[in-house]
Design a protein around this ligand. Structure first.
Ligand SMILES: [Zn+2]
Length: 361
């Protein structure tokens, strides 16, 4: 039988800030009561905080008229860098069917902002589709394009672009069409180098997760199938015909792809849900190092003084009094296996686990 105990919660300023915001939002009057609530609700299943409803725009009465601005047919082994301005739609379409396209995307006015497949994958899963965004890398983290349409629903953000070395090391080819080199050559039209090619968004690529690994399967796209991307900023969009003819990626043959640019219709624009503007979406104006390195060697800056965020992270101690029943409840969560007899660490785990369930699920 447990007896009442005063448990000391050790929190750094960031952890304390999150809990104080819960208190300010009315979750509990103070830290003591918040800890009691977390204990109680962690046991019973935590009611989540309802997110504010996002008003859906009404597209009735809006025009769906688009204007065709450009058409290109990408032959096997090629790609094309295209300027797609904010409010324009890029359509990538199957000509015969069964062809994978790799895709890169840069801010047209600052190539250092580019699509970040990792964030896109984290937010939208392994198979982004209609209603999802293509995000730029930290620290920019802006929505660059919006997936308006996708008639196949087989896009991949798990696999990297195929490369010359893949075909040499695995298949023994001295030279072989590959997405990296095709992207490099297409991007060269805008002064970018092979080092600027980034992780690709793989359109019409049918992948599954099998155990600990991903696997590429044959695909089912047919002539006319397409993906449409609406530009939310001016971008350099670079689709290419994937060069893989000895894998299942494009059903063992290379076929052309059609790419078109349209002005978005009123209905297209209304389909994009509103996004907040976050303070952490930083621009080069906020960088301490503002210049882009123009040479390749790395040299130490003798004037460098580190300025890391929020350091030093000093812990503060917060007593929480638990009665016998609450102590028993805490013990019942079996957190001892992670924290030993440190009840403060166990209670901290309950608080932040409770927060995740309440605010993220
Ligand atoms: Zn490829």
């Amino acid at each position: 039988m447990s007896s009442p105990q005063t448990i000391t919660l050790s929190l750094n300023p960031q952890q304390l800030d999150l809990l104080q915001r819960c208190i300010a939002a009315g979750d509990a009057p103070d830290l003591q009561a918040l800890a009691e609530r977390a204990l109680r609700e962690w046991k019973d299943g935590v009611p989540s905080a309802k997110p504010a409803a996002v008003a859906k725009s009404d597209s009735a009465g809006l025009s769906d008229r688009r204007e065709l601005l450009a058409t290109h047919v990408l032959e096997p082994g090629t790609g094309k860098a295209l300027e797609v301005m904010q409010g324009q739609v890029l359509r990538i379409e199957q000509v015969e069917g069964g062809q994978c396209a790799d895709f890169n995307c840069f801010n047209l006015h600052d190539y250092k902002e580019f699509m970040h497949v990792g964030r896109t994958r984290t937010l939208h899963g392994f198979n982004p589709g209609p209603g999802d965004f293509l995000w730029s890398a930290p620290p920019r983290e802006r929505a660059m394009m919006f997936i308006l349409a996708d008639t196949v629903r087989a896009n991949d953000v798990m696999f990297p672009r195929c490369s010359a070395n893949l075909y040499e090391s695995v298949y023994g080819f001295a030279r072989h069409t590959n997405c990296h080199d095709i992207q490099s050559e297409a991007q060269r039209e805008y002064g970018l180098t092979p080092d600027d090619v980034h992780d690709s968004f793989n359109l019409f690529m049918n992948t599954v997760i099998s155990g600990q690994r991903g696997r590429i399967e044959r695909q089912t796209s047919r002539a006319g199938d397409h993906v449409e991307l609406l530009a939310l900023m001016d971008v350099l969009a670079v689709p290419n015909v994937c060069g893989a003819d000895v894998m299942r990626t494009s059903n063992f043959s290379l076929k052309p792809l059609k790419v078109q640019v349209f002005s978005a219709s009123e209905k297209d624009s209304a389909a994009v849900p509103p996004l907040p503007r976050w303070d952490t979406q930083r621009t080069p104006a906020q960088f301490r190092q503002k210049d882009i390195k123009a040479d390749r060697a790395l040299r130490r800056d003798p004037g460098y003084r580190p300025e890391f965020t929020n350091v030093p992270l000093l812990q503060s101690q917060h007593p929480v009094l638990l009665d016998a029943a609450q102590c028993e409840l805490l013990e019942s969560f079996a957190l001892k296996q992670f924290y030993g007899a440190n009840l403060g660490a166990q209670l901290r785990d309950v608080l932040f686990s409770w927060w995740e369930k309440r605010y993220l699920e």
